[in-house]
Design a protein around this ligand. Sequence first.
Ligand code: NAI
Length: 467
Amino acid sequence: MKKYDVVIIGAGPGGYVAAIRLAQLGKKVAVIEKDQVGGVCLNVGCIPSKAMILASEFYQNISKAEQFGFTVKEVSIHADKLQAWKESVVKKLTGGIATLLKVHKIDSIKGEASFKARREIVVKNSAGEETLEFDNAIIATGSSPIIIPGFALDKKYIGTSTEGLAYEKIPKELCVIGGGYIGLEIGSLYAALGSKVTVVEAFASLLPGTDPDLVQVVARELRRRDVNVMLNTKALSWKEVKGKAEVTVEKKGEPQKILADKVLVAVGRSPNTKNMGLEMIGIQFDDKGFIKVNDKMQTQVEGIYAIGDCAGQPMLAHKASKEGLVAAGVIAGKKESYDVRAMPAVIFTTPEIATVGMDESQAKAAGIATKSGKFPFAASGKALATGETDGFVKIVSDAKTDLVLGVQIVGHDASNLIGEACLALEMGATSEDIARTVHPHPTLTESLMEAAEAVHGTAIHIFQQRL
Ligand code: NAI
């Protein structure tokens, strides 16, 4: 029987990061993966969606080219070539990760893993069965899309994000069920490619839980793209009608029908914890089905750790990676714990939404008096020069101490801008620290500086009534 210091189940951004760090710390490691190295994120999630979003924005920008003096004629989309571009990106990245595992002398084992005993895992694959013995194990099995009743996947019309990123043709009509992260990222990408998109959202607003100030900027762009947003609407059922899916939804008790070539179900994800013998070895779960862990990523069973989507919200790749680093450090005997002040979240819609820390309502709920500063991109020279003036940066600070509590950005490249805000929060910066830091001109980063100035009523490029 092969024996390892650490066996990791799942080679997503949680599992593979933990594996590499453990190898760096001198441990003998095996990673077991039933699909492809890289997990959902690299193969059918974050990376392919960003490759497709970039392509769709490129297509949108062609239509804006007239304002720069270009005349563009006859632009057509070849869905097969778009898929080939996306696949090439995924292949490069997953190939790179496989090589990294190899050069770190990590055993990468293909197959389905389950616990046989507290120190034994059995791996099943086409070659048969193999049992591995270990001192420590990390469960990094991720999550799967939730399927709502009446919308079983049928491979032709009904799909999840995986199918949504691999359509052979750009759907003429796309019905998206769920106006959350996935629904809006993929919905807005197909709207940019010319699909007529309908978003069905059960809640009273898109992106429930996100600051409405940010959401309204994205909602405005969805309207420009002619996306039909149906709020307070529940998807009930569907049937095939003349080569299309006819989806029945219910709004205020009234049934309505939507015809679509494809239906994308994006109503959330649930942790992958079934059929792995977890209950048998004594792993405990919270009331939402996530594996219970402490701040060292330890489960209740000694030597067994859990990280990423299967170990709780938020279901974000960078949170999984961070937890992987913590688990690896703890296993290697280092003083490590999950002690994170700044956990950013990015929604790759057009424009992007990026947030870190508390927004005004969360600070209020926590009983903290705040001061906020807001700076619109319309007042930024760089934003004007690039024609991307939608949105703003908002900084929320503690009214007493001026400590930055949170930053919310909606706008072009918000995903990159939020990095500075993450550092500010982790380092305990005040809004004055950000305001006094020289930012390069002309860049969008100046908008963070101006928003920090605006907290004190001293932004230069907008008029503020003296406080
Ligand atoms: P989500 O939780 O973001 O949104 C699901 C939406 O579906 C909610 O707004 C909910 O009210 C709605 N809904 C639920 N049942 C419904 C029904 N029967 N009819 C109509 N609407 C219904 O979940 P989503 O978009 O599936 O994403 C799952 C998770 O994946 C996210 O929470 C996020 O953690 C992660 N993710 C992160 C991304 C990023 O970091 N950029 C991108 C994509 C996903």
